[in-house]
Design a binder for this molecule. Structure first.
Ligand SMILES: Nc1nc2c(ncn2[C@@H]2O[C@H](COP(=O)(O)OP(=O)(O)OP(=O)(O)O)[C@@H](O)[C@H]2O)c(=O)[nH]1
Ligand SMILES: [Mg+2]
Length: 247
């Protein structure tokens, strides 16, 4: 169950509580709150375990989050191809509600990928990442890329044991997304302004978008890039290098 949007569990939705006799609503609320706290505590425990395991191997884990179709898989295909050429150990965990399309796109580059299908679920959780790691080789001094389910809300609240959330924000989404979905933008350690090759063709004011980003997250670096032209990849690969050195 998602503790943020309540998908897969209608019991978390407040309107049901109004059907109960006086006093019982409070009791239901308390139980729901307790359940949410237990789920998040369980996830945090598992995320800490994943993080410790990855740290023992000096493996950098990045959690790519975004709205659907912002270009995460295209970006990953380009990124893992470059990391592979540097002889860096690398693997990918792909999260989608359905299909193995994205894992197949990664495997076509010769890089190992595990596909997780969340069904009705709207995000990956740490248990899913933990279990997927059993199907991947160890990546000493390497990089584990995790592509989360396309969703700008719930993945913000779930630690997967990653070193950083990387938010892919494409110029086709409109400048206002940082203010509409502040939790996700606040949670990001890096923001990639993606599909910049489209800037001459779409109505998107980069300065306005960056000002909105700064309102909710003054610290995260922002890199403008395109997976089609390769613009900005130098900065992105350099950022990964510095994170690897820290890991
Ligand atoms: N112009 C342009 N198009 C891009 C770029 N990156 C990806 N696309 C296109 O954007 C669309 C979605 O790309 P995906 O990589 O599947 O996006 P995604 O975020 O992985 O999508 P989901 O996994 O479904 O959330 C495809 O048509 C890509 O060709 C880019 O840098 N520039
Ligand atoms: Mg994808």
């Amino acid at each position: 169950m998602c503790t943020i949007c309540g998908c897969e569990s209608a019991q978390t939705h407040a309107p049901h509580v109004h059907d109960h006799p006086h006093g019982e609503g409070d009791h239901v609320h308390a139980r729901v709150l307790q359940l949410e706290q237990d789920i998040l505590a369980g996830n945090q425990h598992m995320a800490d375990h994943v993080r410790a395991h990855l740290a023992s191997q000096h493996t950098l884990a990045l959690n790519l989050v975004s709205s659907p179709g912002s270009g995460k898989t295209t970006l990953l295909v380009e990124t893992v191809t470059r990391l592979k050429a540097q002889q860096r150990p690398i693997a990918v965990i792909e999260g989608d509600q359905q299909t193995s399309f994205d894992a197949e796109r990664i495997r076509a580059t010769g890089v190992q990928a595990v596909q997780i299908n969340t069904g009705k679920g709207c995000h990956l959780d740490a248990r899913m990442v933990h279990d997927a790691l059993h199907d991947l080789p160890a990546l000493p001094h390497g990089v584990l890329m995790i592509e989360n389910v396309g969703n700008l809300v719930c993945p913000a609240g779930f630690d997967l044991g990653e070193h950083a959330k990387v938010l892919v924000f494409s110029v086709t989404e409109g400048e206002d997304k940082p203010l509409k979905y502040p939790d996700m933008f606040q949670a990001a350690g890096l923001i990639l302004l993606h599909k910049c090759d489209l800037l001459p063709h779409v109505r998107f004011d980069v300065d306005r978008a960056l000002a909105f980003v700064r309102q909710v997250n003054p610290d995260a670096p922002v890199i403008q890039l395109s997976s089609i032209t390769g613009e900005g990849f130098e900065g992105w690969m350099h950022w990964i290098d510095t994170q690897c050195a820290a890991a």
